[in-house]
Design a protein around this ligand. Structure first.
Ligand code: 3PG
Length: 398
């Protein structure tokens, strides 16, 4: 189980899998956190006279048309700005142009290969060479380098040619610093937490979080539930839910969680409700059951206080999923106050995973007060479910 600093990278062609799958619209990058998070590994390699050859996917490619807005070129430009040095962008994923560009690199140079998922569509046909881990593709990419570093934690739940494929064809493989950090924080939280350990799980669907709840029931001291999935639990308890979100086919599952978790499970006791899924309609706070004709869109002030009471003595907190429809200002309070409170828990290890809660933490500006904000969405969820992630297994089972 090596990390990049265990490798000799001097004069070496270092293939680095990063997760540069950042939000991008009309060629403009939204949040560049994932690029920033990969910098320590890239810098290490170039400062130690290696040649950094970067691979990443961007978006999902199902047709030739999808390729238009999903080139990695703008990402390579942002990387160049962040590193404050030129970065070579190669607009193809294989062939002479790529091989020549790599052969022309000097020690300390950085090169970005075009979106690896362009290999998913060849001549208009969806062949999934990258996302289906085509063995020939992994072998080819591996042939371009001397050593391999996987720093793409965000992609670790995928079995791609550029992570699992390359790794299986290389003798010298290692984790990057970001990968190492993610595994350390998420791994310690799940397997070796300081107690009290509190998990906060929100979001719309129970079905998305069921694996995490199941895995954490035996490990956490409390599991706080918020967000839309609350009302499937309400339904399981026979409480009225009005027009709130509910997954009818998960009510029995919610019942069994309630039984299994006992008083570890903390549900909101009040909610902010409105007649429509709309920021600009009248809304009010109700206790307990949701009245007919209303839908719950955020947790209420009593719940916020009760959650804070549970959280105040915590030594480890893992948070995944918003407490309400935080994109709408009138239903953002639950999510924002929970995030803000986590920022005050200076004695605790506080970890945030999942795209939405990360966005909420950013919106609040408390990010730097928390111990760790995972760059993984699906990957951090699957990690918290206790699953083996193929991207990690392929470098640690070597
Ligand atoms: C992510 O953003 O979760 C990863 O980059 C994986 O992307 P995907 O969900 O398109 O496979």
């Amino acid at each position: 189980k090596l990390i990049v600093s265990d490798l000799d990278v001097k004069d070496k062609k270092v293939l680095i899998r990063v997760d540069f799958n950042v939000p991008i619209k009309d060629g403009k990058i939204g949040d560049d956190n994932r690029i920033v998070a990969a910098l320590p590994t890239i810098k290490y390699v170039i400062e130690h006279d290696g040649k950094a050859i970067l691979f990443s996917h961007l978006g999902r490619i199902k047709s030739e048309d999808d390729k238009k807005g999903l080139s990695l070129r703008p990402v390579a430009e942002r990387l160049s700005n962040l590193l404050n040095k030129p970065v070579t962008f190669v607009p193809v994923t294989e062939g002479e142009q790529l091989e020549t560009a790599i052969n022309n690199m000097n020690d300390g140079d950085v090169l970005v290969v075009e979106n690896t998922r362009f290999e998913d569509v060849v001549n208009g046909e969806q062949v999934k060479r990258e996302s289906g881990n085509d063995p020939e593709l992994g072998k080819y990419w591996a042939s371009l380098g001397d050593v391999y570093v996987n720093d793409a934690f965000g992609t670790a739940h995928r079995k791609h040619a550029s992570n699992v494929g390359i790794a299986s064809n290389m003798d010298k493989v290692a984790a990057g610093f970001l990968m190492e950090k993610e595994i350390k924080f998420l791994g310690d939280a799940v397997d070796n937490p300081k107690h009290p350990f509190v998990a906060i799980l929100g979001g719309a669907k129970v079905s998305d979080k069921i694996g995490v709840i199941d895995h954490l029931i035996s490990k956490a001291d409390k599991i706080i539930i918020g967000g839309g999935m609350t009302y499937t639990f309400y339904a399981a308890k026979g409480m009225g839910i009005g027009n709130s979100l509910v997954e009818k086919d998960k009510i029995d599952l919610a019942k069994s969680i309630i039984e299994k978790a006992g008083d570890k499970l903390v549900l909101p006791s009040d909610s902010v409700v409105a007649e429509k899924f709309d920021n600009d309609v009248a809304h009010k706070v109700v206790d307990g059951a949701i009245p007919d004709g209303y839908m719950a869109l955020d947790i209420g002030p009593k719940s916020i206080q009760e959650f804070k009471d549970v959280l105040k003595d915590a030594k480890t907190v893992v948070w995944n999923g918003p407490m309400g429809v935080f994109e709408m200002s009138n239903y953002a309070k639950g999510t924002l106050e929970v995030g803000e409170f986590l920022g005050t828990l200076t004695d605790a290890t506080t970890i945030v995973g999942g795209g939405d809660s990360t966005a909420a933490v950013k919106q609040l500006g408390v990010g730097d007060k928390l111990t760790h904000i995972s760059t993984g969405g699906g990957a951090s969820l699957e990690y918290l479910e206790g699953k083996e992630l193929p991207g990690i297994a392929s470098i640690s089972n070597k």
